[in-house]
Design a protein around this ligand. Structure first.
Ligand code: F0G
Length: 470
């Protein structure tokens, strides 16, 4: 979309002839007290009880909303047809599913970078090594800014634009800030990023800078950044784009729809998701439940959430507090994207695990590093936080929660190039040097493929190839 004006014109011309979104009016509903609201406050929390809001579509359950206008079969056909449409709105793998999203007053305010449309890869090497027949990775790292955040950002940033905001803001472990600043730039809005100093990867930081964000590195962790931002949004007219914003979750839902479409609407047995602030698992779970309500699928997959051992508030909340009260932790993990101890969407995530009969598990940084290299060896790079899914799957298989003949989808949330430093250190063998895991990490040597330094001669290269071909 090099020419924005042209794109807008095409959008206007063609949207008129596009099938109109068949929607019941969505409402904002508090997940705590159930109060319904037409509009959200600055902090996207319920003014009565302080809990999070979610977008609900009255009528879907009773099957008189979308289904009276478009049957499940026609919806599936419509979404598939849009894949060959040249309408910009259809070229977005998010807005292609606009019937299940909140509608904008004017489609021209959509800020899109052609997000979504991400591949579903078979992972044959990983499948063999864990002993399972059908294992796939839904690679959300193949989005425009390299993470799943783009699918939610196109929706929430478009709503910010519609409401006339000049500034958008987020606290982030890196990917949200990269995504938000790109969408803000495309929508001619300013972006304010709060990140924990020294705790996000260079790849992500450089994206925010390049997309023109005002980037503030705070001397605290992610949870501290969230706290500061909450105060900022109360005191200034900035639009909050953290995942407490329920519009983001609506966009993130579409990965589940696209996944099911890629599976020819055959429901997999298990979907395994990394857990940080716990919005993505909540969004995917919401999508599966809604798809069932709409008659698009007849059952939901089990959704399991995997956290890093050092950033495991959800695991502890379920194991130690029966899911009733959040057990906050001081988070520490090399998978910096999910270094979160006080996750905002914990209640939503628990609801998903319970509604889908899923589970939660935790994995060590060494297990994450190994899993990441195994995914890489299948030719599919991902960032450390994404690799918790494979590390978690190994444990779920051992426990018998997942069986070898079942179909499993790993949600790979971020691209390999987001955190090249982790990968380089891993292969050079010094990722865990000086850490408490140094001894445990010795087991990783088989996976390490550090660069070989040689004389500049063909002989030296050939000798090395011969050595490695045995
Ligand atoms: N994977 C990656 C690559 C992430 O960046 C994140 C979260 C998650 C998984 C966890 O998703 O928070 O919805 O449970 N990153 C956020 C950020 C927090 O600021 O970029 P979640």
């Amino acid at each position: 979309m090099a020419d924005q004006t042209m794109a807008n014109r095409i959008m206007t011309d063609r949207t008129a002839s596009a099938p109109k979104p068949q929607q019941t009016s969505p409402q904002l509903c508090c997940i705590g007290c159930g109060a319904l609201r037409g509009q959200a406050t600055q902090n996207f929390r319920c003014p009565s009880c302080g809990d999070l809001l979610e977008i609900v579509y009255p009528g879907w359950k009773s099957a008189d909303g979308i289904r009276s206008n478009l049957s499940p079969t026609s919806l599936k056909n419509l979404w598939r047809q849009r894949k060959i449409s040249d309408l910009p709105l259809d070229q977005s793998g998010v807005w292609r599913f606009r019937e299940v999203l909140p509608a904008l007053d004017n489609w021209q305010t959509v800020i899109s970078l052609c997000e979504g449309n991400t591949p579903l890869y078979e992972l044959p090497g990983c499948a063999r090594s864990v002993g399972i027949q059908r294992l796939y990775g839904k690679h959300q790292g193949m989005n425009p800014t390299g993470s799943f955040k783009d699918t939610g950002m196109t929706v929430a940033a478009s709503f910010a634009k519609q409401q006339g905001f000049r500034w958008v803001a987020c606290a982030s472990t890196g990917n949200t800030s990269a995504s938000m600043s790109a969408y803000a730039a495309r929508g001619a809005m300013r972006s304010l990023v709060l990140i924990p100093e020294g705790q996000i990867s260079w790849g992500k930081l450089s994206q925010a800078l390049d997309y023109g964000a005002l980037t503030c590195q705070l001397k605290t962790d992610f949870d501290g950044c969230v706290q500061v931002l909450n105060e900022v949004v109360q005191r200034m007219p900035v639009y909050l784009l953290n995942s407490v914003n329920p519009y983001r979750l609506e966009g993130q839902k579409t990965a589940a729809l696209e996944l099911l479409e890629q599976c020819d609407w055959q429901v997999p047995d298990h979907v395994i998701v990394p857990g940080g602030n716990l919005a993505n698992s909540a969004a995917l779970g919401k999508a599966f439940v809604e798809m069932k309500d709409l008659g698009l699928i007849s059952r939901v997959p089990r959704i399991s959430i995997i956290q890093a051992e050092g950033a495991n508030p959800l695991v502890r909340t379920l194991r130690e507090a029966g899911g009733k009260e959040l057990v906050r932790v001081r988070a520490e993990t090399m998978a910096t994207a999910i270094r979160i101890g006080n996750p905002a969407s914990w209640k939503k995530a628990i609801r998903v695990v319970q509604a889908t009969d899923g589970t939660v598990e935790q994995v060590s940084d060494v297990e994450i590093a190994l899993a990441k290299a195994e995914i890489g060896a299948d030719g599919i790079g991902c960032e450390p936080a994404s690799a918790v899914t494979l590390a978690g799957l190994k444990k779920l298989l051992k426990q018998g929660f997942v069986q070898a003949n079942q179909t499993v989808i790993l949600i790979l949330t971020g691209h390999l190039l987001k955190d090249p430093e982790f990968t380089l250190k891993f292969h050079r063998g010094d990722l865990f040097s000086g850490s408490a895991q140094e001894k445990e990490a010795r087991s990783l040597s088989e996976q390490q493929r550090g660069p070989v330094v040689l004389e500049a001669s063909a002989d030296a290269v050939i000798r090395t190839v011969e050595k490695f071909s045995t």
